[in-house]
Design a protein around this ligand. Structure first.
Ligand SMILES: [Zn+2]
Length: 392
């Protein structure tokens, strides 16, 4: 990764490191803190949340025993908000199961929001299997129906980070060459004929018409949150536009799932990137930036907790633990035990981060820039004066 990230003076890094080290020293305390009370007390500083996928809703929240186990797990993990997902992998959760679980969590004092993961929505992309072709009219209509359903059960809806396309089918290719996005009977011009141009315009316009407008017609209170993936340097290739979409959506969220660098499947991302992307998108979104999101895949206890530290040090107001179901097996339980031991200190660090300003020289990370161009000093200097979305 090109190191044009925001430079931080050693003093600032030492601050964060020393705070976490103080926390580590205290983690062995024999007194087990009441994390539910602590989480509620500190939620205004930093909140911990988790997500139940649509499949988790079906398999883990449809019975009283499942609900009781989930409530207990959340309370023992300082989780004070839950996201109950309406759609994932072609499956839409049952409305009454969702509503019943939402009522139950609220009655127990939790914040409750919804989520949509746009995987297997409709016509498959020619690229990655779970992704869809949003040039396809029937798929566009399916998007609209999914978000109408989500808005009918929840006032706040996160969109997991599959809200992009990598399709190169003949319909997409013709639209790209025609420089035109077509949504139903509306057309939108595209400022170029590259895949980046077409996909950016397509995802911006379908977000406006078939996500935001559709959801708010059903539920005027609906707030839509776009969660940006961790792979920031390829956003523009697949239709994520952090400038326009951050303006359009009610909130943004940040993927800080860096995992283990050496992991054969998930590795290759340095831990510091979680801090960097949290800072970058946190600055870009300002008050719209809700928090960071990380998961247990390809992690050990040590790197799982490191994701939490980077997210907190990066200034997130909330840490979302993805997801309840995955945290019940494989590395999940060990990771959660390690995290629980650190939560009091992570919350203390969050309080200190909130009181302080980061100091240091600024680098530039624009909204829509190919990675190789970031290494060019001339480009860097030009963007420092003129590019929208550059870090201050
Ligand atoms: Zn296509």
């Amino acid at each position: 990764m090109v190191r044009l990230v925001k430079a931080i003076r050693p003093a600032a890094l030492l601050l964060g490191t020393s705070l976490v080290q103080v926390g580590l020293a205290a983690a062995g305390s024999p007194a087990t803190p009441d994390l539910w009370s602590l989480g509620r007390e500190q939620a205004g500083i930093h909140r911990i949340s988790t997500l139940f996928t649509a499949q988790d809703v079906r398999e883990r929240l449809a019975s009283e025993a499942g609900l009781a186990a989930a409530l207990d797990w959340c309370k023992r993990t300082a989780v004070t908000r839950v996201f109950l997902e309406c759609f994932r992998d072609g499956y839409q959760a049952d409305g009454s199961t969702l509503s019943n679980a939402m009522v139950r969590f609220r009655a127990e004092g939790f914040g409750v929001s919804g989520c949509v993961t746009p995987t297997q929505v409709g016509k498959p992309s020619t690229g990655w299997a779970p992704i869809s072709c949003y040039t396809d009219p029937a798929t566009q209509e399916r998007v609209k129906a999914i978000f109408e359903f989500a808005a009918s059960v929840s006032d706040e809806i996160m969109i997991d980070d599959f809200w992009f396309t990598d399709c190169t089918c003949s319909a997409c290719d013709a639209a790209r060459q025609a420089r035109t996005v077509t949504l139903g009977d509306r057309t939108y011009p595209v400022n170029g004929d590259t895949w980046e141009d077409y996909r950016g315009e397509l995802m911006v316009q379908i977000s406006r018409d078939y996500v935001l407008a559709a959801a708010k017609r059903v539920n005027p209170q609906a707030r839509l949150i776009i969660k940006y993936p961790q792979w920031y340097d390829r956003f523009h290739e697949r239709g994520y536009e952090v400038l326009r979409q951050t303006r359009d959506f009610d909130g943004i969220w940040v993927g800080t799932e860096t995992r283990d660098y050496q992991d054969p499947r998930w590795g290759g991302t340095v831990q510091y990137e979680a801090y960097f992307i949290m800072r970058w998108l946190g600055n870009l979104g300002g008050a719209k930036c809700g928090g960071g999101w990380f998961d247990p895949y390809g992690t050990t206890e040590r790197t799982y907790v490191e994701q939490a530290r980077q997210t907190v040090l990066g200034g997130a107001r909330e840490s979302l633990l993805f997801c309840y179901g995955s945290l019940q097996s494989e590395t999940g339980p060990r990771n959660v035990e390690a995290l629980r031991a650190e939560i009091p200190d992570l919350l203390a660090v969050a309080r200190e981060v909130g009181r302080r300003s980061v100091v240091g020289g600024g680098g530039v990370q624009t909204g829509q820039q190919p990675p190789r161009e970031r290494s060019a000093g001339v480009r860097l200097r030009r963007n420092a004066r003129s590019a929208p979305g550059a870090l201050p």
